[in-house]
Design a binder for this molecule. Structure first.
Ligand code: LLP
Length: 453
């Protein structure tokens, strides 16, 4: 059962709320907004990612409103963490709503610019920025660079001053409070590579004040991802608040605090037959987070930056796949689908759960049996779900891997020489292929055989 459960209408039991209400059954077929996923599959083939504009818009606006980043004069800013989903059409959708971008490479900065995000709304984070990347960011005149090491500070100052510029920057602090849904996505503990220790932050701050190429404006942190309880975030934010007061006590300016991302989403909302599509989950966590931030930084006159990724896009996307083969065993039936771990690596990498909904709506009372939903890749970790109780599956059926809008397409690869999966954006009753499936010729043309072979 999911995070967000309520008594059902008759009060006889609990039903999961649906955080993906823009994906719903209409005349027995799963739709993204008003577009049938069957219709898209017929045109685009499978597998494909499909994103719902209404869901992107709803989540972005919900978040921006909650943290006080709505409207042109707002002092708080939302920088969408592009690593979660960097498709140009998705970025442009968010840019039109006023979103900035949190980037971690020159490639992401270039994508943000290509999607029409102004440099004045771009933040550059990351533990390993190269000289070339820093120079590129400085040339673009981006809003802020989040510095993660002392050597990066020195390098940035050298590069910017050689261009007669002073780059706005904040120092990323490692508050030694880790959090998140999995050890592999925890970033805020001292054991993690991210940011400088609190005591180093103070020293680096003082040093930066005397460097020619940097304008040190504040601090940043990000302690993990898929965070569902706010205590750790609150503890980390309190440390930033304390450090702000300390630095100010030494006469140093602290104008900006970048609070990172990390807010989790509901991945467990049940199957197609039991979810209550009329009821919506999710907003409560965003509201509680915003209230906690407000309380923690009340009275501290700072501009707040936010870098949400997952919470904006995870439940705005699905990965649609087709069943290729069924392989019955005594304890389960392997349903071999045409999507694989190279298309959506989260289950293999983080043991993550994705609901799997058949595109054809099952009867409410249809019986269930265990399936292992697996891809065609030659590894046992190519498993989307193990012993999942599902209504009967037939070869040729379409199914949607739910909550696949974040860290899905961006983490995909060509492993096993499979073509990168296409992406489709729906808006109302329109849809467009926003990243076409490459051809095998494209794939082969990207490589070279040396003359000596
Ligand atoms: N800011 C920084 C500095 C980050 O490192 C991240 C994510 C974010 C913001 C956005 O975090 P979010 O709001 O999405 O939690 N691939 C993993 C998640 C890795 C997150 C890495 N950093 C997954 O699929 O669960």
């Amino acid at each position: 059962m999911g995070l967000y459960v309520r008594q059902d209408r008759q009060g006889t039991g609990e039903v999961a709320l649906n955080p993906m209400q823009h994906f719903h059954y209409h005349r027995g077929v799963l739709h993204a907004e008003n577009v049938s996923l069957e219709a898209i599959a017929a045109e685009v083939g499978t597998p494909f990612y499909c994103y719902a504009t209404a869901a992107l818009r709803q989540q972005y606006e919900r978040f921006a409103r909650a943290v006080g980043a709505h409207g042109p004069s707002a002092k708080n800013h939302v920088f969408f963490a592009m690593k979660a989903n960097s498709n140009l059409a998705v970025l442009k959708t968010l840019a039109k709503l006023g979103a900035g971008a949190d980037t971690v490479s020159e490639g992401e900065i270039r994508r943000a610019l290509a999607a029409g995000i102004q440099p004045s709304k771009i933040v550059f984070s990351g533990v390993g920025k190269s000289a070339q990347e820093l120079a590129f960011a400085v040339d673009q005149g981006i809003y802020q660079i989040n510095i993660e090491t002392e050597s990066e500070l020195d390098l940035l100052s050298k590069i910017a001053s050689s261009k007669d510029k002073r780059q706005a920057a904040v120092v990323r602090v490692n508050p030694d409070v880790g959090a998140g849904g999995h050890a592999k996505i925890t970033t805020g503990s001292d054991a993690n590579k991210f940011g400088v220790s609190l005591s180093d932050a103070e020293r680096i701050y003082v040093k930066a004040a005397n460097l020619p190429g940097v304008r040190m404006l504040g601090m940043a942190t990000h302690i993990g991802s898929q965070i569902l309880e706010l205590d750790d975030l609150e503890a980390a934010f309190n440390r930033l608040r304390d450090t702000t007061l300390k630095l100010r006590g030494q006469g140093l300016p602290v104008e900006r605090i970048d609070l990172g991302g990390g807010i989790g989403v509901d991945y467990h909302f049940g199957d197609a037959a039991t979810v209550d599509s009329d009821r919506i989950s999710g907003p409560a966590l965003i509201e509680a987070y915003a209230a906690m931030v407000e309380k923690t930084f009340a009275g501290l006159d700072v501009e707040r930056g936010f870098e949400p990724g997952r919470v904006i896009v995870a439940n705005a996307g699905v990965l649609v796949t087709r069943v290729l083969h069924l392989n019955p065993r005594a304890h389960t039936t392997f349903a071999v689908v045409d999507a694989a771990m190279n298309d959506l690596i989260r289950p293999a990498m983080y043991e993550s759960h994705h609901e799997i909904w058949p595109v054809r709506q099952p009867a409410k009372d249809a019986s269930k049996q265990p399936y292992d939903v697996v891809g065609p890749i030659c590894e046992s970790s190519d498993t989307f779900a193990a012993a999942r109780m599902m209504t009967a599956v037939k070869i040729g059926d379409l199914a949607a891997l739910m909550s696949a809008g974040a860290y899905g397409a961006t983490m995909s690869s060509q492993y096993n020489s499979r073509l990168l999966v296409p992406e489709v954006l729906v808006d109302g009753d329109m849809f467009a292929v926003v990243r076409p499936r490459p051809t095998f010729e494209d794939m082969l043309a990207a490589e070279r055989i040396p003359a000596w072979l």
